[in-house]
Design a protein around this ligand. Sequence first.
Ligand code: ADP
Length: 297
Amino acid sequence: MKVEILGLNKIYPNGNQALKDINLEFGTGMFGLLGPNGAGKSSLMRIIVALMKPTSGSVLIDGKDIQKYRKELRSMLGYLPQDFRFFTSLKTWEFLDYSGALAGMKNRKARLAEVDRLLDQVGLLEVRDRQANRLSGGMKRRLGIAQALIGSPSIIVVDEPTTGLDPDERIRFRNILSQLTQHNVTIILSTHIVGDISSTCQGMALLNKGELVFSGSPPELIRHAENHVFKLNLTPSEYEDVKEKYNVISTIPVETGWEVQIVSDDLPEFACSEIIPNIEHAYVYFMEHKLHADIAE
Ligand code: ADP
């Protein structure tokens, strides 16, 4: 399965440009879309699932334009929107059964078997008879992923699935998603949380103010920050100076003052040691440092 995003622009009727000439391509496996709030992630997700039209450009799935083949392609797509809510008095299993019927599963027996299999997969089998709107926040998100999965879609789009979840639920959710990648599906995960982009993402993109600022693999993103992350031990007055001049990632109080991590293109003018960057460092390097540096040039 190949997804191609070609020259995509989205301008809302009020003039807000949410997406600027986005070009991306990815295949089977997990693809992570990372960016701060307002970057344009939800707009891109809604266009990919054909709920919204782009102003210009197109999205092709295995070479087919989603606008032209909307009906056919929609049945291959599962979607968990950012704002997934339900005001139903249906029981948990009934809600999922209803979602299955909407996804085109006509055989009732097969559908009911699938409902329980999915409830088990997302850890909700024990609460299958509870009213869906009485589930906890984390359970509702998991029911959300189950409704996106019913009907065996080959592309699953999840928009900010871990927002508002506590750390336990977040890990659980990430595990459910990474298990899915073993089933030959394409998962598109949008998030503003760097930690959600795990090593299970084969591909990823960084979006900022509607623009694509990076696309590649997580290790490639990290490579960009190599030789650009430093650790410094500073006195309080030096720290004030460093704060002015550099992008500070973290600050820890130590006996003599502060232990500080910074990103910088050049070797800082203070005694320092280099740090092997992780994905958080690389994110800050791109979003807060590189972009500002490029603009200043
Ligand atoms: P993200 O999901 O990354 O937070 P969005 O796609 O929701 O980003 O928003 C991108 C930009 O488009 C923001 O500036 C937002 O205010 C704007 N936007 C989103 N939806 C609408 C809309 N329906 N009408 C006008 N502007 C919108």
